[in-house]
Design a protein around this ligand. Structure first.
Ligand SMILES: [Zn+2]
Length: 470
């Protein structure tokens, strides 16, 4: 009864509103099926990349042949939901398969505790070489404690772009020979300030972004959070810009720039004869609001633009290529899926479910994705059909979207994918079911201790410049 009400009957993928007509990019090269034992795994997280800005997820304009190529050789999950819309909490969930209420990392100023077993530790324990490269200061191990089990952790440095990130990874890869490896590669290029290098900065914009007659950026300025719109870093980035379309085009250009680098990464594996022996996971820690609900250039709230992320997996030799899975999955599911492939016993405390039944084409029991906002401001439950949001405290991070304790929102994603019509007072029976589900989830928490985060004044300043407040 619960599931029948919450899920509805149509399990087909949703089309982003702006993605008409659907533009299909046909990849020209399939990845090989593979006939050799897997050697390693590359776990890529593209910070702030929303799913619907990839061509393989239906964007009408943005070109992403790199992502599409991996999808053509692997599996694309069309409804993957992140556990949080903030960087460190979301990564902590991916690497431990725990929800925020389990590991308790609710901000970029907090560190994961030592108790949860991380992917790095589990792979290192099996003799894998382990590597991470992060491009945000708060992901550095002394702040986040996400370096557990990682032998080579290349910390964030100022504005390292995706090309230098990949070069650094490849240097490390080339030192390893036949030793199995696990690598987490993080890109920050899609985060504010969106500053793709030429020619990507003009890829989707050929007008005059400084034309005084244009007023669109000025019109949305009141919607920006003050800690962003007043920050010198932000002001410098947008100095003299009048057209908000230019800002959107910078985000789009950054997506295509990172995508080209992902294409280069795949080419580099191919050149090394490693493509058929390397597992690739492509995903994002959260998305980005680009005007929805009057929120611009932030990942506040738990609406689809911020929680719906790409998830593309490539498992050589798995036999299923170019498959699309439209069931709801969560980022905590990546962890058990990797462990199962490499035959590593999973820890007891784990929230994710292996994606293998879905990859094989089976239909396991459907699930409700659970996401939590930074600072414990909000939670959401997301079935195939509905999104339920509950505000847990009063807070005002956004001029247009205050958190109001006790407030509930309900959206029928099938009829209203843009989440414009709140049905919480119209569908009380559905709300009651979600309330009960939420009560059950919140009762069933591990509530682990967080770790010690070493935060320098410089880190605080960088976090402010990225739009995070303490
Ligand atoms: Zn992030």
């Amino acid at each position: 009864m619960l599931f029948a009400l919450l899920f509805g009957c149509d399990h087909g993928p949703r089309e982003p509103e702006h993605a008409k007509p659907h533009r299909i990019v046909m990849p020209t090269i399939n990845l090989p099926a593979g006939d050799t034992a897997p050697l390693g795994v590359i776990f890529v997280t593209v910070d702030t990349l929303r799913a619907d800005y990839l061509s393989s997820y239906g964007h009408a304009r943005v070109l992403t042949p790199g992502f599409d190529r991996v999808a053509s050789g692997g599996v694309l999950f069309s409804q993957a939901i992140s556990q949080s819309t903030t960087t460190t909490p979301s990564h902590a969930s991916m690497f431990t398969s725990l929800y925020l209420q389990d590991h308790n990392v609710y901000s970029n100023f907090e560190a994961l505790g030592n108790a949860p077993r991380t992917l790095g530790e589990l792979f290192a324990g099996r003799g894998f070489r382990t590597f991470s490269i992060a491009n945000m200061r708060h992901l550095n191990p002394e702040v986040s404690n996400l370096g557990q089990g990682i032998q080579t952790f290349v910390k964030s440095s100022n504005f390292r772009r995706a090309d230098a990130t990949i070069d650094t990874f490849l240097e490390w890869l080339d030192e390893g020979g036949e030793v199995p490896f696990y690598a987490w590669v993080h890109f920050a290029d899609v985060h504010t300030p969106y500053q793709p290098p030429p020619p990507y900065d003009r890829f989707y914009y050929d007008d005059d972004e400084r034309d005084p007659a244009k007023r669109s950026l000025k019109r949305i300025w009141p919607f920006l959070p003050e800690h962003m719109s007043d920050h010198p870093f932000f002001l410098q980035w947008l100095d003299g810009i009048t057209d908000v379309e230019w800002v959107f085009a910078q985000y789009q250009g950054a997506v295509t720039y990172v995508d080209d680098e992902i294409g280069r990464l795949v080419d580099s594996l191919e050149e090394r004869d490693l493509l058929h022996r390397t597992v690739i996971v492509l995903t994002a820690d959260h998305g980005e609001a680009l005007g929805e609900h009057d929120m611009y250039f932030v990942h506040t709230g738990l609406y689809e633009p911020t929680v719906h992320v790409p998830l593309i997996t490539y498992f050589p030799g798995a036999g299923r290529q170019g498959v699309q899975v439209s069931e709801v999955v969560e980022l905590v599911d990546i962890f058990p899926t990797l462990l199962e492939f490499f035959d590593i016993p999973p820890p007891h405390n784990m929230r994710g479910r292996s994606l293998w039944p879905l990859i094989r084409g089976e239909v396991p029991p459907e699930r409700i994705a659970f996401s939590e906002h930074a600072g414990g401001n909000q939670v959401s439950l997301r079935s195939n059909r509905y999104k339920y949001v509950r505000h847990l405290r009063n807070n005002r991070l956004q001029p247009s979207y205050p958190f109001i304790e006790g407030k509930e929102e309900l959206y029928d994603l099938k009829k209203d994918p843009s989440e414009r019509t709140d049905l919480s007072t119209h569908l009380p029976s559905v709300v009651r079911l979600f309330r009960q589900e939420l009560k059950n989830r919140r009762k069933d928490r591990f509530d682990l201790a967080v770790g010690e985060a070493e935060i320098s004044n410089e880190t605080v300043e960088v976090l402010r410049s990225l739009g995070y407040v303490r």
